[in-house]
Design a binder for this molecule. Structure first.
Ligand code: GLA
Length: 692
């Protein structure tokens, strides 16, 4: 944190020393900056004036066991317009959060035209920006580019989700091309699930300026007198241990500072019904799948989409969203029979919902068409299935409906231990029948405030139900919503090879116990690729392990491999889900020598550095390729570690490295020659080693 910590403290000190001090250093405002710099806050006052010059009034400090916070109250020099600046520095985690509270007592509403969550000057130099770009089934591709003069902007305009296309987290290397385990890197995450804009501006030759906040496009916020608008938090860190250092700071912060619900606990091994049976749910099929997951040693079964519907049946994605009643044509004995079946098999039961969505082919839409977001007098733009719309979460009645849907399920079926909360539509109809005409531009923001309010109500009553955050895969992997969720669905793409890449990028900001990773079928339906069961298991085992296929279609060998994988995973779970991540060889890294194999490798180490687990994946398979030496990281150089191979391929013995001992210094400087080459005679070889 050194440079940024000092920089923020200096700014706070500067604001403390006298009431004449202006807040511009921490919050550049339109009306108080020169023509070269960009403002982080632009407002139009009730009388039409557009300028703002904030002056510090008062500074208070909070110092508790977890963090130190500086709170600076500022006021405009002309209007009764106030901004309270918060800077919170976590004590055991190298993360700082900033946010602003904006209010006024002007005679009429004030228009907030831009309202970032934070601003930071960055040093001049050879800066590189890393951000995650991707799409449905191809999430989290690290995009690396050199920052040049001008303004670089990263935005997302989906409205309801923001981690498909461009995500609200970035890293900036201050030392040229970013390195994994060395070099100075700044990392930041905007804790928001709606539209955002992150800007890096180099408007003159002197330096770079970083801004992050809600995207003001079509979102001018109309702020009534005495109403307080709180910007989302911006969380940032600085590391001289490269991108890995930034990731580890975010992971620790997520787990220990409440940015991930139940962050410091481990998650169960599950089977999800989606890719096994899709909408073809019957009691018999569900119970058969429960038998399978219980036999493998799994702990939870999740019934995905297709279980609900009354007048309209949910047999495809074009009907019934909103009608959250059990479809007794498919499940004649209701959910009771399923929760009882789960109990009998000593596993837990979970269920899928998509609470913020509605189909035009639903009873809910017939009853409450006004609850869907819509533009006055215009034809509805329809999403998934040609009938899907988004509910108006700004409307308190809709918020109640969503709360009651969850409350009802959990009151009637207290055995439900897990909910998969999906969100498969973007906001295409930007209009609300609830918001007044002069506040329509609040919609994009009030939608999320309404959603958060509802999630807070749910969490207050149900703190322990595990809730998965899903949005057509990883569309809502962000720190705006994760404080209410235990994990997120990384991607709808379960192809193990592409998952190595998707999980790699996702781990830049999110800890492993939040990343839901499932063993998929083979050949895989989306890519047609055939991968061995061991590779599929080993790839899923590096995060929160689950499976998503029809177990009835598996061979005996595949079943046996999964049973071994589950057993070994349980013994390594704490290390994998709560350990410190070190990414060793990137799947994106070109092989240095042409005849070498393309590999990816990562490891987790516990805090005491006496227990670690290493994953190595072979991504290309040609006969007689040479394998690649992998240097480990994060170990104690003085200690001696003994290797045990885990999840050994069915019918094979552990490789020659099993049982061998090496010092941490050796493993980190010389490294290991892991047998991944095609002497194996198999596509997609992989190995897992435990180090003790
Ligand atoms: C989304 C989710 C999937 C699945 C389907 C069900 O696409 O990402 O995992 O739940 O919806 O319709």
């Amino acid at each position: 944190m050194r440079r940024f910590g000092i920089c923020i403290l200096a700014l706070c000190t500067c604001l403390m020393v006298g009431t004449s001090v202006r807040a511009i250093e921490m919050l550049p405002t339109f009306g108080d900056i020169d023509h070269i710099h960009l403002p982080a806050l632009i407002v139009q006052h009730a009388d039409g004036d557009q300028s703002l010059q904030l002056k510090a009034q008062d500074t208070t400090y909070i110092d508790n066991a977890q963090y130190k916070e500086t709170v600076i109250a500022t006021k405009d020099m002309v209007h009764p317009f106030y901004v309270t600046i918060h800077v919170r520095q976590w004590k055991d985690v190298a993360i700082t959060e900033t946010w602003y509270e904006i209010s006024h007592t002007e005679k009429k509403p004030v228009r907030l035209q831009r309202f970032d969550s934070g601003y930071l000057p960055l040093e001049n130099g050879d800066l590189y920006l890393v951000h995650l770009h991707g799409n449905w089934a191809g999430e989290a591709v690290p995009t690396v580019e050199r920052l040049t003069r001008g303004v670089k902007s990263i935005r997302n305009s989906d409205g309801a989700r923001n981690a498909h296309l461009d995500a609200p987290e970035v890293m900036i290397s201050l030392d040229g091309m970013p390195q994994e385990n060395s070099g100075r890197v700044f990392g930041a995450a905007l804790c928001w699930s709606g539209n955002f804009e992150i800007r890096v501006a180099a408007t003159d030759e002197k330096g770079f300026h970083f801004y992050a906040g809600i995207d003001p496009m079509a979102s001018e916020y109309i702020l009534s007198p005495k109403q307080v608008f709180t910007t989302p938090h911006l969380a940032y860190t600085y590391s001289n241990e490269g991108m890995g250092g930034v990731s580890r700071a975010f992971h620790r912060w997520a787990r220990t500072c409440g940015m991930l619900h139940n962050g410091n606990t481990t998650r169960s091994i599950l089977l999800n019904s989606w890719e096994g049976i899709y909408f073809d749910i019957t009691e018999e099929r569900i119970i058969a799948m429960m038998n399978d997951i219980a036999a493998f040693g799994g702990e939870l079964f999740v019934m995905d989409d297709g279980w609900f519907g009354g007048k309209y049946q949910r047999n495809s994605d074009d009907a019934a969203l909103g009608d959250w009643i059990v479809d007794t044509r498919k499940l004649p004995n209701g959910l009771e029979a399923l929760t009882q079946a789960a109990k009998d098999r000593h596993i837990q039961f979970g269920i899928w919902i998509e609470p913020e969505a509605i189909n035009t082919r639903s009873e809910l839409f017939e009853k409450h068409p006004e609850w869907a977001l819509q533009e006055r007098g215009r034809e509805l733009k329809l999403g998934r299935g040609g009938t899907q719309l988004v509910l108006d979460m700004t409307n308190p009645k809709v918020q109640d409906f969503v709360f009651e849907l969850v409350d009802d399920l959990l009151t009637k079926h207290p055995e439900i231990a897990y909910i998969k909360w999906d969100a498969n539509a973007s906001i295409q109809n930007v209009g609300s029948t609830y918001l007044p005409r002069d506040k329509q531009s609040n919609l994009y923001i009030d939608y999320h405030l309404g959603l958060i309010k509802t999630l807070e109500r749910i969490r207050a009553k149900y703190p322990n139900v595990v809730i998965q955050n899903c949005a057509s895969g990883g569309g809502r992997a962000n720190y705006g919503l994760m404080p209410y969720f235990d994990e997120f669905w990384v991607s709808d793409n379960n192809d193990a090879l592409q998952r190595v890449y998707i999980q790699w990028g996702t781990s830049y900001f999110f800890p492993s116990n939040s990343m839901a990773q499932h063993i998929g079928g083979s050949p895989y339906l989306m890519t047609g690729r055939t991968t061995p069961i061991k590779f599929r298991c080993d790839v899923a085992m590096s995060g929160r392990l689950g499976m998503e296929l029809q177990p009835a279609h598996m061979t005996d060998t595949e079943r046996a491999q999964c049973t071994t994988a589950f057993k070994d995973y349980k013994e390594l779970r704490e290390l994998i889900q709560l350990g410190n991540l070190y990414r060793l060889v990137s799947p994106y890294e070109p092989v240095p020598v042409v005849e070498q194999q393309q590999v990816a490798s990562l490891m987790y180490v516990n805090d005491a550095k006496d227990h670690a687990v290493l994953f190595a994946y072979g991504l290309s398979s040609f006969m007689k390729q040479s394998s690649r030496r992998i240097r480990l990281a994060g170990l104690d150089p003085e200690r001696t570690y003994t290797l045990t191979e885990r999840n050994v391929r069915q019918g094979e013995q552990p490789c020659a490295l099993d049982g061998q001992s090496f010092t941490g210094a050796y493993l980190m400087s010389v490294g290991l020659d892991i047998p991944l080459s095609t002497e194996y005679n198999i596509d997609y070889p992989s190995r897992i080693f435990e180090l003790k």
